[in-house]
Design a binder for this molecule. Structure first.
Ligand code: AMP
Length: 176
């Protein structure tokens, strides 16, 4: 049975061909954010799918993961912690580097961002190759916290990103 709420969200995500470079079909979530009903539905669905009353922190991945992650954190009564691109966080950081198609990228968090053993859900707008989410999970574990789940609004399944997340729970509201 199709969930009508999922279809509402699907219609609010715009496909933009060839952005940011030729051959990429960019999933633009800005119409979803601008729609008061759709955005609220989306955060409610993330909470419902997560279905975990014991989450201490939501870690949002820069930058669109901040939007969904912060809203989810406020809704479920968890703290919000940003995972950022290199050089953005002011205090002492830890970093994990990961491979891109060409070259490497990295994700950073404050070293004292999460207490030992904290239960964390990682949130981003979209999972493609899974490299960013995998690196963020590794960084959270390096800080001594536990990744309970990964939650995404969109999953691009063809790219097999979920496989990089191993046995850790993960879900996407919309699959393509
Ligand atoms: P990846 O590490 O390959 O899973 O890439 C995930 C990150 O890149 C997420 O933060 C997404 O916001 C962004 N991203 C990758 N591909 C797309 C796409 N087709 N449309 C929108 N965002 C994308």
């Amino acid at each position: 049975m199709t969930d009508e709420r999922i279809e509402i969200i699907r219609e609010l995500i715009r496909d933009v061909p060839d952005f940011p470079k030729p051959g990429i079909l960019f999933k633009d979530i800005t119409p979803l954010l601008a729609d008061s009903t759709g955005f609220r539905l989306c955060i409610g669905l993330l909470e419902e799918r997560l279905d975990d009353p014991d989450i201490d922190f939501v870690v949002g991945i820069e930058s669109r993961g901040f939007i969904f992650g912060a809203a989810l954190a406020a809704r479920i009564g968890a703290g919000f912690v940003p995972a950022r691109k290199p050089g953005k966080l002011p205090a002492t950081t830890e970093r994990i580097e990961y491979e891109l198609e060409y070259g490497t990228d990295a994700v950073e968090m404050h070293r004292d961002a999460l207490p030992e053993g904290a239960r964390v859900v990682v949130v981003d707008d979209l999972i493609a190759t899974g490299g960013t989410a995998q690196a963020t999970g590794a960084l959270i574990r390096k800080l001594g916290a536990e990744v309970s789940a990964f939650a995404f609004v969109v999953g691009l399944n063809e790219l097999g990103g979920a496989q990089k997340l191993g046995t850790t729970r993960h879900f996407s509201l919309l699959e393509y």
